[in-house]
Design a protein around this ligand. Sequence first.
Ligand SMILES: *Cc1c(COP(=O)(O)O)cnc(C)c1O
Length: 429
Amino acid sequence: MTHDELLDYDREHLWHPYSSVSNPLPVYGVKSATGVRLRLTDGRELIDGMASWWSVIHGYNHPVLINAIQEQAARLPHVMFGGLTHEPAVQLAKTLVDITPAGLDLVFLSDSGSVSVEVAMKMAIQYYYAAGKRQKHRFLTIRSGYHGDVFHCMSVCDPENGMHQLFSGVLPEYYFADKPECKFSDEWDANDICSLQMLIEQHHNELCAVILEPIVQGAGGMRFYHPQYLRKVRELCNAFDVLLIADEIATGFGRSGKLFACNHADVVPDIMCLGKALTGGTMTLAATIASRKVEEMIASTDPGVFMHGPTFMGNPLACAVAQASIQLLLDSDYLTQIQNIEKQLEQGLAPCRDLDSVADVRVLGAIGVVELKEPVNMAHIQPAFVEKGVWVRPFGRLIYVMPSYCMENGDLQYLCSAICAVIEEEAAG
Ligand SMILES: *Cc1c(COP(=O)(O)O)cnc(C)c1O
């Protein structure tokens, strides 16, 4: 297929995320990728600032990961998980139990982040069903969250920038606390927890779980909040007999500067969701990891089993490459790499602070965010980034990057200066 044939057919027949085929935005063909560089079908090369939505933590085409896939593909690419098991799944479960906060001991594997959240929510509902508290089947979350695009996940996404209006009448209606305002490195403000505390006090009799993204709110607003907030949520959940679900799909595997964002607060949730970087961005896989207390309660009452079982559950290819990716991460000096990226992003994005069109610049771990005062014009800004040789995909008022941990200083500086330059050019019209 020529470059033009590829893009022409794509434009006529393919849906892209949050897109319209009738009114398409620019789409670029990718031929291959190595390290932090994407090679386009038109021959151009881009420095990738997105790590394919948080997932490609070791860079593209990493030989260790490719090898893990090839070896597993030659042995057993897939087998059903009902009544059967295999070493890749068992090895991965062992690793996940070892590295996640103590007490998270039971691993449910699924195919995507949204499904792992759906699974976590079903676990919480089944937990209180089994406990004989059947009125406790509703959820409490915080505004500005993002938990995925399937129905139950949408119901706990931010009610304004989520899809609540579009699907109202179909989506379950849950409780939303004000978003945390106290920033990650601010002094803790005890008032920040009041809204959530009030809701949990009023509604605990109907609540099965609080679900939130720990420390970093991702696609719902790219915000970093105070670890004390998370500790307070844990205390309130304990006090009012409500489970805590931590959605670490974006933050897991080092992204926020700790292996898991919960580690910033030394908080152990009852259920944790992992996805995105789990396979180093090579295959789709997610995990819901629960405490034994959750499982034992579910098992104690009819039907006595947890009611979920995707066809591709525990896919051996995905498990094998996940194990290889986690091992690669743990064998590396990833915390130092991420600290360095944090420093480079701080320095590189600092000049944006002086631009009139910029509302805020914030960095945590290997995440850099420039929040504008007005939403970007995607049709204009996306080609502007590509012209500069970088892959950055903004949404709304947010221009953000979360590079692979192997990105070198020169590329980080180039990426940041391209962002500053494009913002300045866009503002100038
Ligand atoms: C991406 C994301 C999801 C959804 O994962 P998918 O793999 O896209 O289904 C859920 N929660 C958070 C925090 C995410 O960042």
